[in-house]
Ligand binder design. Structure first.
Ligand code: AMP
Length: 494
């Protein structure tokens, strides 16, 4: 069996690897490290969770032991599609590079240029960037790329999805042709292969698992639901409550707007929940992720882009609130659980309009996924009237006839009530009591430790409060509902 000391890594690196507790290289490490050390180009096809990061960080550390950095001329460059991934790679340099004195600069958006400028001024051995921020620095004349000896392009297929390829091409043109390029992608569709052919010279191709495989340790199930989002949310809540072994979970949505909506809905239903999507500022994203990693938050609602490649060990469950549009995303999402041989569960909520995408997923993974409680044919037919119309009817009944002007004032009342509902403690207590009645408490439903769950939408939260009541909040109360404030009950003196 190959050991780390067989790979040609330096003593300093080997000692850091031993301190990290790793004894055996993973297949991508065993395959890529010896070639990377020979300064060969590499085309690595590996998913996150396979030890891919160390497969380029460890040889880079060894190679960087010779030579030193010059101001504004980085020696190596790593391109990552998201800020979180870039930060994760920087953490890897800290862990494995603890016996080295290397300057690592992280250039990501959402943080000030000044501190990044200072780091570049000192001379960076390793530059870890998202493409946009790197180009910003180059345009400001703060960076010279002519000293880059090693270029790492990580998560190439995600770069393609995110539209970063033109940026990468611009960056690659600034780097000397004599560089060594290490190229990694979880999947190798033809566009990525073309890209690899353009960027790499006589690369060593290392493929550690078929790109379409899902880990055998993950139990996958489909759950049928009607189309409406409020119905899907209810299916999801029930599913979460049914899980006795849920430790923590990532819930994937296709669109970032849905991430925010689902987050708020779950929060309202008393779950311990956080959210991660591209529109959040860097601080909120970092805090949210830290809260999830520390088990202060049990559920994390995320979009593919935000969650791609995040190294969160031991996620017990993945829920796909939406069937992913790109079949490869299914593989990535499922890859968040069942890591390092642990068991995991992955549930996908499927509606009648998802069958095309589901077929594509099953084709890609080469297997049929089992249904949890009967397939789509077992669903009741879609409701003729949606719930909001039914409610409107009920309200009209309670309030009697209204003319056009009356309808306008009704709207106003409804908004005022909604605001009061949010802000009256008595109401909050009564809602909690209601919830207790019909909910079996689960691990996910405790409030986040350390106070309130951080909210990604803090800024517009107050503004949106009046619109908060969506369909899964239960019937809209009329007037004060059951919570008549005490002052209203004081008898008026005649
Ligand atoms: P990555 O695929 O780079 O995101 O790594 C996934 C996880 O595997 C990370 O938590 C690493 O710390 C861990 N890891 C990396 N290399 C090894 C190894 N040789 N043995 C055990 N775990 C490892």
């Amino acid at each position: 069996m190959t050991t780390f000391s067989d790979l040609g890594l330096s003593q300093k690196v080997l000692s850091a690897v031993t301190d990290a507790g790793y004894t055996t290289p993973t297949p991508i490490q065993a395959g890529a490290i010896p070639f990377a050390l020979q300064r060969r180009d590499i085309c690595g096809i590996a998913q996150t969770g396979t030890g891919k990061t160390a497969s380029f960080v460890l040889p880079m550390l060894t190679l960087l032991e010779k030579g030193r950095a010059r101001a504004r001329m980085p020696r190596t460059l790593i391109l990552e599609p998201t800020r979180e991934l870039a930060a994760q790679v920087a953490e890897n340099f800290e862990k494995y590079g603890k016996n080295h004195k290397l300057n690592v600069a992280l250039l990501i958006g959402g943080v000030s240029f000044d501190e990044q400028d200072r780091k570049l001024e000192r001379g960076a051995d390793v530059l870890i960037c998202t493409p946009g921020r790197l180009l910003d620095h180059c345009e400001r004349g703060k960076l010279l790329m002519t000293g880059v000896e090693i270029l790492v392009i990580d998560e190439a297929d995600r770069m393609l999805d995110m539209g970063f390829i033109p940026d990468i091409e611009r960056i690659a043109k600034m780097i000397p042709f004599t560089r060594q390029t290490l190229f990694f992608s979880a999947t190798m569709p033809p566009e990525i292969q073309k890209l690899a052919d353009r960027f790499l010279q006589n690369p060593e191709r290392i493929e550690v698992a078929p790109p379409s495989s899902t880990a055998k340790t993950v139990t996958q199930r489909l759950v049928a639901s009607n189309n409406k989002d409020y119905e899907k949310r209810e299916v999801l809540r029930n599913l979460i409550r049914e899980q006795d072994d849920l430790k923590n979970a990532i819930i994937f949505c296709n669109r970032k707007k849905d991430v925010a909506d689902l987050f708020r809905s779950l929060e309202r239903h008393g779950f311990s929940v956080g959210a991660l999507h591209g529109d959040m500022d860097q601080r909120s994203r970092t805090n949210m992720l830290a809260g999830f990693k520390d088990n202060q938050i049990t559920l994390l609602v995320a979009s593919d882009v935000a969650a791609r490649g995040l190294d969160i060990p031991d996620v017990s469950h993945v829920f796909n609130f939406d069937v992913p549009i790109h079949a490869e995303d299914y593989v990535h999402r499922i890859g968040r659980t069942g890591r390092a041989g642990r068991s995991g569960k992955a549930f996908t909520i499927v509606t009648r309009s998802d069958t095309k995408h589901l077929d594509a997923i099953e084709k890609l993974i080469g297997a049929k996924i089992e249904w949890q409680n009967g397939d789509l044919t077992a669903l009741p037919p879609p409701a003729e009237h949606d719930e909001s119309r039914a409610r409107r009817g009920a309200k009209d009944k309670g309030r009697g006839r209204r003319d056009a002007a009356g309808h306008k004032s009704e709207k106003k009342i409804e908004q005022t009530v909604a605001v009061e509902i949010e802000e009256t403690p008595a109401r909050t207590e009564s809602v909690k009591a209601e919830r207790k009645k019909d909910q079996r408490p689960s691990h996910a439903e405790r409030p986040a430790r350390g106070g309130r769950t951080p909210n990604p939408a803090n800024d517009d939260r107050r503004e949106r409060r009046s619109h908060y009541r969506d369909r899964d909040d239960g019937p809209t109360p009329v007037g004060f509902g059951d919570d008549i404030p005490a002052f209203m009950l004081i008898q008026a003196k005649a």
